[in-house]
Design a protein around this ligand. Sequence first.
Ligand SMILES: [Cu+2]
Length: 145
Amino acid sequence: MSTRLSAINERAAGSILIAAVTLALLAGGCSKHASAPAAPGASDSGWKLGLTVSPKRPRMVRPASFTVHIADSTGLAIGDAMVTGSLNMTLMDMGKTEVKFEPKGNGDYEASVKSFDMSGPWELAVDAVQGSTKTHRVFQFNVFD
Ligand SMILES: [Cu+2]
C-alpha cells in the first residue's frame, strides 16, 4: 500500500469523524427539548414547565411574548417562583438576551421581547427558583422572516 493512498484514506476518515461528531452535537441540542422528562437528580425540583410563545409564529422584527407555566409533580401551580430567561440562537453565537418573567398568577409567568435580530431556530433557557429549589429548562422555537 502506498503512503499517499493511506494519507488520503486517513483524511477521508477524518472528515467522516468530524461529520459524525457534528451530528452527535446537533442531536444532543435537539434532545434538550422542553418536553423531556425531568432527570431524577436529587437537586431537580421535578417541576413541570410549559412554554407558550405568542404569536404562535413569532416574526423577526415583531414583538413576541413568552408565557411559562410552572406546576409541581402533582400538577399544582407554582405561583411564587423567581423566573428568568435567556434567549439565544441555537446554531450560532449571537450572544444572549436576558429576559425577566413577571408572575401573572395561576403558575403563569410572562416575558416579552420587542423583536428578534434574526429568523431561524432559537432557544429560551428558563431558570425558576423558589428558595433552595432550582429548575432549569431549555425550550426551542422558530422565528420566521
Ligand atoms: Cu443568528
